[in-house]
Write a protein that binds this ligand. Structure first.
Ligand code: COS
Length: 406
């Protein structure tokens, strides 16, 4: 049976997230966008009320919520301001490789850090010359005794200037392509870690996006995540976990633009009637609504699959591609509904259009999502890697245990 009904707990969580977005984020969102203000106070408040780190397991102090619950929060944050929302949600991206591949000690130390205090962590994959082509990265990690020594640069790092630790991907076997990449946890205060540059962006201006350099940074051997040379798969598995959430942020931005545009279309009078009475505008509103509904269903499907311990690569790329493109189309149309006023900063929708653009770029461009979709259909991956199988078995066992009456 297919049932789209949320549990009472999920409805309460969504309401909590919506109220937070309405009271704490919306009133400052346009001002923070104008000035590119870092939302430190909002980060602290969101952490305090339990809206951050949704999926961190209970044994490390997190709420241990499922991915669907996380997506419900992300949609509301995206509705409030996707720039601030991105800052609030980025811990999930850094923490997932630790959850999937970290030793017990690493989990206790680094996941615990995020749940004990409103601290942040960043995911360092992209490099100036390696964006979509992850395998082309140049950052190196060399084993020296009981240490790894990391050197290289990572760019477009969300929350990079404010993070207490980083998940860093580096080549450990430079001749082995994607099979020569490993993942590590690097503390911010390690010698040789520098925040080089904070980017001045088109949209999502309240989020922090930085260039981070690692100059002969020494970390303990135990900071390796998963197995040596298995970092590429860890990154891909991480993106399977996080793309539904980014897609949910996109649904939130689109919903915000849709609400502004529909209200405006009922107020703005041209040719003697509200413009909503003109079919040209009414049909734009209808198309916006359909895109939002369809995008949300794809988000929920991709999240539920993972919550059930099933592989969601295809569904996550469907959701990310469709929701990102929907956010862009809906926000462009919202500007169109506002006419000339839509182009003016005094009105709310131009910000949403600028914010939406990054949805088609970060965590895999819309073209990369299409590439993944095409490959999953035409040349599906064989049954899962060892790491993924272990993860799936654990989730399935947990689900079975919960379903069995005591
Ligand atoms: N889960 C587990 N393993 C996966 C996987 C997944 N979702 N996707 C791919 N793999 C495995 C493959 O099975 C393959 O394994 P083998 O080494 O055993 O053969 C390996 O990873 C390489 O896969 P593939 O051949 O598909 O790699 P490519 O380099 O050709 O392409 C893309 C991978 C382009 C899809 C990938 O690099 C990508 O997603 N790029 C975008 C990165 C991104 O989103 N960047 C944004 C920054 S993060 S904010």
């Amino acid at each position: 049976m297919v049932d789209f009904t949320l549990t009472d707990e999920q409805k309460d969580l969504r309401e909590l997230a919506h109220n937070f977005a309405e009271k704490e984020i919306r009133p400052v969102a346009w001002e923070y966008d104008r000035d590119a203000t870092w939302p430190q106070e909002i980060v602290e408040k969101a952490w305090e009320v339990g809206l951050m780190n949704a999926e961190l397991p209970e044994e490390y102090g997190g709420p241990g919520l499922g991915l669907l619950s996380g997506c419900l929060i992300e949609e509301e944050m995206g509705w409030g301001c996707s720039g601030i929302g991105t800052s609030l949600m980025a811990n999930g991206l850094a923490a997932t490789p630790v959850i999937l591949g970290g030793s017990e000690e690493l989990k206790q130390q680094y996941l615990g850090m995020l749940t004990e205090e409103p601290k942040l962590a960043s995911f360092c994959l992209t490099e100036p010359d390696a964006g979509s082509d992850v395998g082309g990265m140049k950052t190196r990690a060399v084993k020296k005794g009981d240490k790894w020594v990391i050197s290289g640069s990572k760019c477009f790092i969300t929350n990079g200037s404010h993070a207490s630790w980083y998940t860093v991907y580096a080549k450990t076997d430079p001749d082995a392509g994607h099979r020569g990449i490993s993942a590590f946890v690097v503390p911010r205060d390690a010698d040789g870690v520098t925040v080089d540059k904070k980017e001045d962006k088109l949209g999502q201006r309240a989020s922090d996006t930085a260039l981070i350099s690692f100059d002969e940074v020494e970390i303990p051997a135990g900071n390796l995540l998963g197995e040596e040379n298995h970092g590429f798969k860890l990154a891909m598995m991480t993106l399977d976990h996080t793309r539904p959430g980014v897609a949910a942020l996109g649904v939130g931005v689109a919903r915000a633009a849709f609400e502004f545009a529909s209200e405006y279309s009922k107020e703005r009078v041209q040719f003697g009637v509200p413009i909503a009475m003109h079919q040209a505008v009414a049909f734009m509103i209808a198309d916006m609504a359909t895109k939002i509904e369809a995008a949300r269903l794809l988000v929920w499907q991709s999240a539920v699959l993972l919550d059930q311990g099933r592989r969601n690569t295809l569904a996550a790329s469907h959701a990310k591609r469709f929701a990102a493109d929907a956010a862009m189309e809906v926000t462009v149309d919202a500007v169109q509904v506002y006419g000339g006023y839509g182009f003016i900063k005094e009105y709310p929708v131009e910000k949403l259009m600028r914010d939406a653009k990054i949805m088609q770029l970060y965590e895999g461009t819309s073209q990369i999502q299409r590439l993944v979709i095409a490959r999953e259909i035409l040349n599906p991956r064989p049954p899962d890697t060892e790491l993924q199988t272990k993860q799936e078995t654990e989730i399935q066992e947990k689900a079975q245990k919960e379903a069995t009456p005591a």
